[in-house]
Design a protein around this ligand. Structure first.
Ligand code: WTA
Length: 669
């Protein structure tokens, strides 16, 4: 992999940033880590004696049915944490609070999307005790339908409390959940079911999105009919579909296979003993894009993941008992797993969940919700912040945001302009910002400020969390001098790291553990400044980050070539002021097919159908050939330059003659 592909424009704009914001004094006085001296001392101890540190944390923060005997067994790339221990994730999130003052505190505050006729959104509040009851009931429903320890369950749901309930119910009985984001298509659902051999799907009759209904159940029906290359149904392992009634839309119910969530609850008890799970029992699989056409099933296990989510949530958001914490991520992404559900509940924190979009019915939706529930901590994505900036200051200014005390960002590099806007307009210049760097694979935040201690710099995720040792290295794996760009790796194993790719140990090793010997390779480019602060500059593999969503260029390419008119396709990213990166596709048509605006629309829709609306290309350019090296490799660097150049004016359906450019560049080399 070539680190020179790190976007250089990005590095430059970031390296000019010199503003520093100290942690506000009133914040530090109440927070867990109050000074940099304290942070440095704790961090050094944690990475110098990691087993000692993690042992202490696991004993202190998790509730164990059986204590663990070993802390870490490590043979690259396989880690086993807390061997011999037994515990249950749902009891660490729920049972733990029963009989305490937290039992009757709100665990989830849910705000539904307002109706298209202007009626306000519904509200639901579930206390820890109520959530415990609902989780037990649904766990019994799963059992009733034959779901056992180790079975896989697909969750394809809108942002409604049932999504969290279903996740926790799986953990209660030791089933492995795999949440599929509602913006993925029937084909994607079928592929994921086939990959993990799931037994049951939980879905809804529909989900609301900007006033219209996303037909989730219809997509599942379709997914269950799709036939794979071997002529067999991809989803043949599915025995049951549980359907939540959300929209009241008419849906087709297949007798014997489909059941309604609310009806099922009538048959079950509201007590369900938590399964005693081994520390390393699989907890969930979450599919994410990689550099090939096939998404990777990232596997997380029980104890290490929960410890990572809980500890980072507690320290990085510095949660206090009175907090109303809102992470705006969808449950279909890892951020929704760790920081809407598991981290907050394990800490007894009130977690707010919102069903809809930030600009429905008006662009003040977030600010209205913050004012209504007096939200104290907001955790959102740079792409959303840039959209808010574009919509204008008047929307946040309409609402009192004085309840906020801490702001967070995640998912992509934040440009200093967006950081400053967030700090001033949303945070009123009072609230520290935690820019948190992590990945689906890392399970929990790896690099982030601690809000009471770390001075922040707009655009930098700052310094590593306890127990984490990131480094910036060159192609040979040697640390690069401060100020130079390189690959971001993590030297030591940590409890919440992925344990593998479902069913593909070879790819696991190749992708993450072969780039730099003995270390985890993140796929990100990075630079450390003179203070040791980490500045992430984005992906250096073939993964794009579009509006905070990971999209593999190879996935989009294979979707495009599956269209009958397409002979070849190359997909690259170009910088986008709002989404961070936009998807640009160069398409070579088969003989006889004609470039036209309608074919372009058709191809966009085709990608939407193959992968999901989330992966629809921003730009499709027809070309007569792709620039290739003599050995036949597509010259992506050149395509990126073309894609980032000025928009082609006029009739963009004309074919671009890229072969000429290829010849020119080849001559130079
Ligand atoms: C990017 C999301 C810069 C990065 C939690 C990473 C970031 C990928 C940041 C993982 C950040 C995430 N600053 N870049 N604070 N946070 N990224 O798996 O490229 O959806 O590799 O996990 O997002 O995306 P994923």
């Amino acid at each position: 992999m070539n680190v020179s592909s790190v976007p250089s424009a990005n590095i430059e704009s970031l390296s000019q940033e010199s503003r520093v914001f100290p942690a506000p004094a009133e914040f530090s006085s109440a927070s867990r880590v109050k000074t940099m001296t304290q942070y440095r001392r704790l961090w050094s101890a944690s990475v110098n004696e990691p087993e000692r540190f993690w042992k202490q944390m696991a004993e202190q923060h998790l509730h164990w049915f059986t204590p663990f005997k070993t802390v870490l067994q490590w043979k690259v790339p396989d880690a086993k944490w807390f061997g011999g221990g037994k515990l249950n994730v749902s009891s660490n999130c729920l049972d733990k609070w029963l009989g305490t003052a937290t039992a009757n505190k709100a665990a989830l505050i849910w705000e539904g999307e307002p109706a298209s006729d202007g009626r306000p959104g519904e509200e639901r509040v579930l206390t820890f005790q109520q959530l415990h009851r609902e989780v037990c009931r649904f766990a019994n429903v799963l059992k009733r339908h034959g779901v056992e320890k180790g079975d896989r369950v697909i969750l394809y749901l809108p942002m409604i409390p049932e999504a969290a309930i279903a996740m926790l119910a799986c953990t209660r009985i030791g089933a492995i959940h795999s949440v599929v984001f509602g913006g993925f298509s029937a084909q994607s659902v079928a592929d994921r079911i086939a990959d993990c051999g799931a037994k049951l799907v939980v879905t809804a009759d529909g989900g609301y999105r900007r006033g219209s209904v996303v037909p989730l159940k219809k997509n599942v029906d379709e997914a269950l009919t799709i036939v794979g290359a071997d002529g067999e149904r991809l989803a043949k392992s599915i025995e049951k579909v549980v359907v939540v009634r959300r929209t009241g839309n008419e849906v087709h119910i297949t007798e014997g296979r489909d059941v309604w969530w609310h009806r099922e609850l009538e048959y079950v008890e509201d007590q369900c003993a938590p399964a005693k799970m081994d520390s390393e029992s699989p907890l969930f699989i979450l599919y994410t894009s990689g550099s090939t056409g096939k998404p990777k099933g990232i596997l997380h296990t029980t104890a290490g993941y929960l410890l990572g989510a809980k500890l980072t949530h507690q320290y990085i958001f510095d949660v206090q008992d009175h907090d109303v914490y809102w992470c705006t991520a969808d449950i279909g992404w890892v951020t929704g797993h760790s920081y809407v559900v598991y981290g907050p509940l394990a800490n007894g924190t009130t977690s707010l969940m919102y069903e809809g979009a930030p600009n429905w019915p008006e662009p003040d939706r977030f600010w209205r919700i913050i004012a209504k529930y007096r939200v104290t901590i907001l955790y959102t994505a740079p792409t959303a912040i840039r959209a808010f900036m574009k919509w204008g200051d008047e929307w946040p200014k309409k609402h009192p945001l004085g309840s906020l005390r801490l702001l967070g960002t995640v998912g992509e590099p934040i440009n200093p302009e967006a950081w400053m806007w967030y700090y001033q307009v949303v945070g009123g210049g009072r609230c520290p910002i935690v820019d948190t760097w992590w990945q689906t694979e890392t399970g929990a935040i790896m690099i982030s400020p601690l809000p009471g201690a770390t001075p922040t710099k707009p655009g930098s995720a700052t310094l590593p969390f306890f127990g984490i040792r990131p480094e910036v290295v060159d192609d040979q794996g040697n640390p690069v001098p401060k100020g130079s760009g390189g690959k971001l790796i993590i030297r030591q194993p940590w409890p919440s790291m992925l344990r593998g790719l479902w069913g593909d140990p070879k790819r696991f090793k190749e992708t993450y553990w072969s780039e730099v010997k003995g270390a985890y390779f993140t796929g990100d480019g990075c630079r450390q400044d003179k203070d040791g602060y980490f500045w992430i500059v984005g992906r250096i593999d073939d993964v794009l980050n579009v509006a905070g969503h990971r999209i593999g260029t190879a996935e989009v390419e294979s979707a495009l070539v599956s269209h009958p008119s397409v002979a070849e396709a190359a997909v690259v990213g170009r910088p986008d002021p709002l989404k961070g990166q936009a998807l640009v596709c160069f398409v070579i048509l088969k003989t006889g097919a004609k470039a036209s605006p309608s074919l372009r629309d058709e191809l966009r829709a085709h990608v939407g159908k193959e992968i999901g609306p989330v992966a629809k290309p921003d730009d499709i350019r027809f070309a007569d050939g792709l620039p290739k090296t003599r050995s036949g490799k597509i010259m992506r660097r050149l395509l990126k330059q073309i894609a980032s150049g000025a928009e082609i004016k006029g009739d963009t359906t004309t074919l671009e003659d890229l072969s000429v450019l290829a010849k020119l560049t080849a001559a130079e080399e």
